[in-house]
Design a protein around this ligand. Structure first.
Ligand SMILES: Nc1nc2c(ncn2[C@@H]2O[C@H](COP(=O)(O)OP(=O)(O)OP(=O)(O)O)[C@@H](O)[C@H]2O)c(=O)[nH]1
Ligand SMILES: [Zn+2]
Length: 347
């Protein structure tokens, strides 16, 4: 701990230091993401301490890789231990750390803007990534896309606060009308609902995807085989899978374990967080309330059904059924809703 922390501080001094720390963290985070903070730097008159702010870019059990922005687009990485009370840290977390040789130590976690969570083996929801701005749900003509699965990912995305993006990969296969027709039919409901749709393949048309990923931190989620790893490798050759591991305490040399997740910087700008756990995000348990609120076009009708416990199946006076009949809600989305609720009831 720096000597400064041992001094007895008045409440006002402690409050001021807290404010300065928060401002420093905000500036560090914004400049790390390539945004230039505006206004004079109110922390400039404060003497530097050994503590720095950074972002967790990889996680290896009790060790993490923490990256700091050293200015001019340069970044520096430091391997750190986690303090024992900081076991819930994930890739994307912004932290305060003390650099050291061969390893530094993470001393504090800064507040998260968003959090991706999924149930662990015991059903308890655990964070798997933090501070994600955008969730790119990847689909493809093959494996066959299912509206209820896409909607499930969109519902899960809605809960996190990150903005959703639909990425249609393998568009080279759309030359086959038997693959194109059902996909286009399924997709047409999403742009009017405000979900952006991008079409690409690993062979061509990546510029639009690069644009959508610029200046933010994203994750790719979606069914196995839609091409998430291939897209990551097309955007950043050699990025996945990453095979560095924990450093041994004594020698500081690498051992061979696969990292559980990693944050990648894209050459075109923006960052991607990837891990097997993140790819399965959205397939965990959802509550009935989360499912209802995850269908954004349902919002004006929720609470307006005749029966308070309406399940929106065939009940008289159901506001959602009436909205479907009036063409205000796509029938495909109500069908998805029922499918997802049916899977909750069955589990
Ligand atoms: N035709 C075509 N094939 C593609 C494209 N992108 C990926 N593929 C193929 O699709 C298959 C699955 O790709 P992956 O990148 O492993 O899919 P994934 O979504 O990462 O799968 P998981 O790791 O299981 O989640 C591979 O055989 C890829 O070569 C594309 O744009 N066009
Ligand atoms: Zn109803």
């Amino acid at each position: 701990m720096p000597a400064m922390a041992k001094r007895k501080l008045s409440r006002q001094q402690a409050w001021r230091i807290e404010k300065i720390r928060a401002e420093r963290a905000r500036r560090a985070a914004r400049s790390l993401w390539g945004q230039v903070p505006s206004g004079p730097d109110p922390t400039g008159d404060i003497p530097a301490t050994e503590e720095r702010e950074g972002v967790i870019t990889a996680h290896y059990g009790t060790q993490v890789e923490v990256e700091t922005d050293t200015g001019g687009g340069q970044r520096q990485s430091a391997r750190c231990h986690l303090r024992a009370n900081l076991d819930g840290m994930v890739t994307g977390d912004r932290v305060v750390f003390c650099p050291g040789e061969p390893m530094g130590v993470v001393v504090a976690q800064l507040p998260r803007t968003t959090e991706l969570r999924r149930p662990d083996a015991y059903g308890k929801l655990k964070a798997i990534a933090a501070n994600i701005d955008q969730i790119a749900v990847v689909i493809a003509p093959l494996p066959t896309p299912h509206a209820n699965l896409l909607d499930r990912y969109l519902v899960a995305a809605q809960e996190t606060g990150a903005r959703p993006l639909i990425v249609v990969n393998k568009c080279d296969l759309l030359a086959d009308p038997a693959l194109a027709a059902p996909l286009e039919d399924m997709l047409k409901v999403y742009p009017p609902l405000g979900y952006p749709v991008i079409r690409c393949s690993i062979h061509s048309g990546l510029a639009e995807l690069e644009d959508a990923l610029r200046a933010c931190t994203s994750v790719f989620v979606g069914q196995s085989g839609v091409g998430k790893t291939s897209l990551l490798n097309a955007l950043l050759p050699g990025a996945a899978p990453q095979r560095t591991g924990a450093l041994s305490e004594g020698s500081g040399k690498g051992t061979h374990t696969t990292t559980t997740s990693g944050l990648f910087h894209l050459p075109g700008g923006g960052h991607l967080i990837d891990s097997p756990g993140i790819r399965e995000f959205g397939l965990g348990h959802l509550t009935r309330h989360a499912v209802e609120s995850g269908f954004r076009e349902f919002h004006p009708y929720l609470g307006r059904c005749r029966f308070r416990d309406c399940r929106h199946q065939s009940e008289p006076g159901c506001a959602l059924l009436a909205a479907v009949a009036d063409g205000l809600i796509p029938a495909q989305r109500l069908a998805s809703y029922r499918h997802i609720i049916g899977s909750l009831d069955a589990s």
